[in-house]
Design a protein around this ligand. Structure first.
Ligand code: KMH
Ligand code: ZN
Length: 275
């Protein structure tokens, strides 16, 4: 079976130290969490920038400090910036980290409710603009799909030439306002992507490890980390992102999947023409 690519979503934009004190905000905390996650088996790091007080930001300057520190701590890892940022941010604001030419970036493929009064807005024109900005810079994209309509949108824009191959999907399931992450949801989405496409699952909260198991058994890939889930098991907070990565890696190995190194991940996803 293909080696298992583990992505670690280090901090996200929404969760806070009040919920789990181990969530990294500062540059040093980000770099330390990144190194430990890579040591535990992560090959891709999904990065949202925060200011020292935890406020999410898409400022290129702050992203640069964080990317430089993470690169120094783990030069082998694939760094994936978020173009999702936080709800309420403008298109231009969200695009700023692309000016740093990271190896990977997310491309969010549709709008959804995001709890309370929050709406995560990704209009068709937003998606086209993000796709162009990402692809023009030769950055490898991950197509974030929070429900089936987002896959349909990505495939429609692929057919029109706005989103180019290779197609690598992330099924982000369990957001309050998006699709749940039950097994039937996974099977529906997994069956909706074209042959030859790759995918990873990101289960929010209680869906993190159940979805990971379906994907591992199916030959897919997995994202874990504080952005998605704060708990190692019910009622037990994870002490670090590495705890969550280690649990996914142990599950992968138990089902016969070797854990992909960053270079193996580059080959599997065809990043930069590796194949
Ligand atoms: N923070 C969410 C509103 C992404 O990284 O591309 C969006 C998000 C998606 O996290
Ligand atoms: Zn994110």
């Amino acid at each position: 079976m293909t080696p298992l690519i583990i992505t670690c979503a280090l901090s996200g934009a929404e969760v806070t130290k009040a919920q789990n004190p181990a969530i990294p905000y500062t540059v040093d905390e980000m770099a330390r969490e990144a190194r430990a996650a890579v040591d535990a088996g992560a090959s891709i790091l999904h990065i949202h920038a925060r200011h020292d007080d935890g406020t999410p930001t898409q400022e290129a300057g702050r992203y640069k400090q964080i990317l430089d520190a993470i690169r120094a701590a783990c030069p082998e890892a694939i760094l994936q910036v978020s173009t999702g940022g936080a709800t309420g941010m403008s298109r231009e604001e969200r695009m700023a980290p692309l000016t740093l030419n990271p190896e990977m970036a997310t491309l969010d493929c549709g709008t959804l409710n995001f709890g309370g009064d929050e709406i995560f807005i990704n209009t068709e024109n937003d998606i086209i603009a993000f796709a162009k900005a990402i692809q023009d810079r030769g950055i490898h994209k991950e197509l974030e799909c929070f429900e089936k309509g987002h896959i349909d949108m990505a495939l429609r824009l692929h057919k029109k030439g706005y989103i180019t191959a290779p197609l690598h999907f992330s099924f982000v399931l369990g957001v309050n306002g998006g699709m749940t992450g039950e097994e039937r949801d996974f099977r529906f989405l997994r069956g909706s992507i074209p042959d030859g496409a790759t995918y990873s699952v990101a289960g929010i909260g209680r869906f993190e490890f159940s979805l990971a198991e379906y994907a591992i058994l199916d030959g897919g890939h997995v994202r874990v980390g504080f952005e998605d889930n704060l708990y190692l098991e019910k009622g037990v907070l994870a002490q670090s992102n590495a705890d969550l990565v280690r649990k996914a890696a142990d599950m992968g190995r138990a089902y016969g999947r070797a854990i992909a190194t960053p270079d193996e991940a580059r080959r599997i996803l065809n990043i930069g023409g590796h194949s």
